[in-house]
Design a protein around this ligand. Sequence first.
Ligand code: ADP
Ligand code: ZN
Ligand code: ZN
Length: 721
Amino acid sequence: MNIAEIALKVPLSRTFDYQLPDELVSQVGIGKRVLVSFGNRNLVGVIVGYKNSSDVPGDKLKAISAVLDDTAILNTRHLQFLRFCSQYYCHPLGETLFTALPAPLREGQPIDKLAVKMLRLLEPSAKLRGKKQQELLDYLKSSGTTSINHVRALGFTTAQINALLEKAIAAEFSAEAADWREQTIEIAAKPTLNQEQAAACAAIKLSRGFQSFLLEGITGSGKTEVYLQALEDILLLGKQALVLVPEIGLTPQTVSRFRRRFPGLAIELWHSNLTDNERLQVWRRVEQQSCAIVIGTRSSIFLPFAELGMIIVDEEHDASFKQQDSLRYHARDLAAYRAAQGNFPLLLGSATPALETLHKALTGKYQLLSLTRRAETSTHNQFLLIDMKAQQAPQGFAAATLVHIERTLARGKQVMVFLNRRGFAPTLICHQCGWLSACHRCSTNATYHKGIAQLICHHCAEQQPVPKQCPDCGSTQIMPTGFGTEQIAEFLQQRFATTPLTRIDRDSTRKKGSFEQALEDIHQGGARLLVGTQMLAKGHHFPDVALVVILDVDAGLYSCDFRATEHLAQLIVQVAGRAGRSGEAGMVLLQTHYPEHPLLQDLVNNGYQHFARYALTERQEAHLPPYNHLALIRAEGHNQNQVLQFLSDLVPVQPLCGIQLLGPLPAPMERIAGKFRYQLHLQADARNLLHHYLAQLADYINSHPLANRIRWSIDVDPMDM
Ligand code: ADP
Ligand code: ZN
Ligand code: ZN
């Protein structure tokens, strides 16, 4: 065994053979990083195996230059998990491993360089002028020595921490992190579970080894409470837990709830705003047992927990769990693998489960646990469909909608208006010739942003000044058509001039801290009218909202994406869940041109649970997931013919047994940033057939002459078609 198989971060779906020099034999090991020369570069690689012989002739075989680790950074079990991930998603092993690793490790930095940075209070009686600085000081007084990571996770900024350090009120020092299991676990006061919650919790606690649960519970039914109480036993056994949350769901509210329940317990956060070094710290802490719980977004699924005892996926239907480029993994699905591998329970929670998950629960693969009542109140929201047909609605609002808004505001309650389109208007139109503002590089419109007087493409970010005259006919009669949040907010502010209004979308929250500020305004009750996109919809608990208005549901009713109605229903329920959270029932208005649409009727009258079960029967009839398995081969490039040629070459001459192949078809957005985009659809009755075929196809693609002239990717279980 004098040859090592090394995974490198290169876009080739194979590993590379390197000779083991005698002087390094005692240092190497599977899962350790090495330095090797590749082409004319030095690359960091990971040893994934050994062999006696190689296809590369002996005199061409290069030797490993150096071994970077004393102990493996990926243990056998974790390597096995990442291998599965690479195979399942048809993604090169090297790129998969390097996706999982935090940047400093990818770059070959030593792993044990980082001890935990701690804060110790020197001057407890100091008085500080800064309010937050004083708060930090008070916190340190009560908590004693604390890690800087922890303090930052509580919302204190580096500037505030530095202020204390500069004034010598606190000192920083490095420490070996303590084992979290040496602490006694404290559990703060908690509510008594209601009957449904108790039954759910008992089922989870009674499970032995691997078992998946779907906790299907309406908004506010106490799912989080079930997570918290189900975790107790796991923690008491000395096992760690991972709580996966949607990108936008990692709110201070969620986090503080976990912290309050388990005071003093080492809980780490994982999200896209961490620095590379903070990521490495979390990576190390879970591996070294100095952290008990991680609350994290999708990529936390790759963390190397020493002894994981449970994974919870909150809002399991959320689209942000699927990565949409390079390694196109789904964190929820990988969670199922990890739970099976580690032989522990997996808990998926949602008010609006994905149809895939619901199907598994209804067919007995997952255990279904239902929460049907709101925990604190017994009210249900009232839905009202507003028929927009033949309505005068020059500002996007039906007259009836405005009356409801006015009445609700008059009662001193908050109103939330939801529209999933930012900007002022989706396009400008020429009144004379019908010219529409379009992006030059994409097959789509350019959105009008009035505040900054620009036309912006929401796909490639191209910006153009707003033309004074129509580029086609010279007319000056060009006007916005359609509505975006900017326009809606402007109109409402004019109409309800004395009512404080807050707008929340990507544009209004671009400045750092402005999102938090806006949420704060809403909580303090300052803002009475809330206008926003999806950002406003998820997870926040606004107790004063009594009316939710959803301006446009029609786009989702008639889309070519077969998941559009599912996503629309999830969105409606999610947005509706913002209303009526404190006692009195909320009202939800849906503006639509199709009030008689069976989906809307079912959803409004019978709820998501009923709708979803009906939608499943439709999927079955149409042979669509979850009754069928899909993969997509995407290709894009500046040369349209090459892209088409490449995909056409992948279509076999003979029909395949058990697999349907469709295409090449234009992607829903045929051109983005000047590139043409096409795709092949693969559909199979059995998953193993699909994977078997994809593996062959990946080999063939790699040998195709066009494979490195255009961009291509394989997407297994694609979410957007
Ligand atoms: P979900 O996660 O399903 O939206 P939460 O767990 O956030 O629901 O519960 C909604 C509210 O009800 C929270 O304020 C929570 O503290 C409270 N709550 C949950 N379970 C109970 C219970 N058994 N008794 C009293 N209050 C509860
Ligand atoms: Zn014109
Ligand atoms: Zn564009």
